[in-house]
Design a protein around this ligand. Structure first.
Ligand code: P1T
Length: 385
């Protein structure tokens, strides 16, 4: 089955057995526990809802299928997914090589949580894969990347990074939140673990906080699965229902996010008040060729530098009517964010400046509204500068 057919049907095959109702949509199994007739045999394999829940399993099956992976695991947030991956696959004394541009919360997890467990991180510019080899130490165990990165839209070559990592038995984790499996499939390119903030495009409507992990390797699955239950950061059955519902329209939404983003990126590129636009779909993006090679689309996220000082940035943001000034991304509504003050404020100023997260950097999550309305909203606000 192709992507959109799987998005709609996998995990929700109707149950036609005697006494079943043949639901087309998986029920929301609210029961926290599952009764059994035999003390040794859990009914249908279910014991307790943190350990396993039919609605959650349906979501896990669907997201795994869409990532072309064998196993899916759901979590109560993207950060819960990331923490569980780190605590399952690393131990005290280990070293991570991470892309130097990552979601601020991921850097906070690395710098302020994992460091307390003696897990070390080096931030490396992995736009050039040979920088990976140079950063490997005897205790390096993991490579952690986002591509494109949040918020600078930098790419790294997943196949090449995975090829190098394999030589040194390093686990490659790819945060695929920005692209979603519709536009990029890291496992097919050689990565070991895919993580998602499902709060974004996977759910797609800004109404659920959740995360997911997809893997192919049984040993890796076992470790993460153990801690999914042991740590217990699982999503509720209702959240799983929303995630399933979101995935069914992922392909349609992503096409429209991208269509709108391409138009907006091109509008911004030629605007005199915009210094530079960062969008992998633009030929001016330094890694446009890599984007075409490893992604099947360019997505709905755009960052750009305004030609403005702090007051100008404030004026621009407060003159928007449709774009909402808010953290997060990937919903049907367009959002705008000033990373240095919002999503990436937890990164020390010096480090932010070093990599290019300056105060005039703006990130937009292009929604699926009418693109003419979105462009005229931006145009109006730019006129205030
Ligand atoms: O918010 P949560 O579901 O816990 O996911 C964290 C996360 C992980 N990875 C990426 C690439 C992310 O962008 C995020 C969350 N990001 C935002 C809230 C944001 O506005 O960038």
């Amino acid at each position: 089955m192709k992507f959109s057919t799987r998005a709609i049907h996998i995990g929700e095959e109707p149950d036609f057995r005697e006494g079943s109702s043949g639901d087309v949509v998986i029920p929301i199994h609210l029961s926290t526990t599952f009764a059994r007739k035999d003390v040794e045999v859990p009914t249908g394999g279910y014991e307790y809802s943190r350990t396993g829940n039919p609605t959650r399993f349906a979501f896990e099956k669907k997201i795994a299928s869409l990532e072309n992976g064998k196993f899916g695991l759901a979590f109560s947030s993207g950060m819960a997914a990331e923490s569980t991956v780190a605590f399952s696959l690393l131990k005290s004394g280990d070293h991570i090589i991470a892309f130097d541009d990552l979601y601020g919360g991921t850097k906070r997890l690395f710098n302020k949580v994992l460091n307390n467990f003696n897990i070390e991180v080096s931030y490396v510019d992995l736009t050039n894969p040979s920088n990976l080899e140079a950063a490997i130490k005897p205790n390096t165990r993991m490579v952690w990347i986002e591509t494109p990165t949040n918020p600078l839209m930098k790419l790294c070559d997943i196949s090449e990074i995975s090829r190098i990592a394999k030589k040194y038995s390093l686990i490659v984790v790819v945060d695929n939140t920005f692209m979603t499996p519709y536009f990029q499939k890291p496992l097919d390119l050689g990565a070991d673990v895919v993580v998602h903030s499902c709060t974004k495009y996977i759910s797609g409507h800004s109404d659920v906080v959740a995360g997911a992990v997809v893997v192919n390797d049984e040993e890796i699955r076992k470790k993460i699965r153990f801690n999914q239950n042991a740590i217990g950061a699982v999503p509720s059955p209702f959240d799983c229902y929303l995630l399933i519902r979101g995935l069914k329209t992922l392909h349609v939404r992503m096409e429209r996010h991208e269509y709108n983003a391409k138009m907006i990126a091109s509008f911004l590129s030629s605007h005199p008040k915009v210094e530079k636009v960062l969008y992998p779909g633009l030929e001016s993006h330094p890694q446009h060729d890599l984007a075409k090679k490893q992604m099947s689309g360019f997505g709905g996220m755009i960052s750009f530098y305004l030609k403005a000082d702090a007051n100008g940035v404030k004026r621009f943001l407060s003159n928007l009517n449709i774009f909402l000034l808010a953290e997060s991304l990937g919903g049907v509504e367009s959002l705008i964010n000033n990373p240095s003050k919002m999503t990436h404020a937890s990164i020390p100023e010096e480090e932010r400046k070093k990599i290019g997260i300056t105060d005039n950097l703006i990130r937009i999550s292009v929604g699926i509204e009418d693109v003419e309305d979105l462009i005229s909203d931006l145009d109006n606000a730019l006129k205030s500068l």
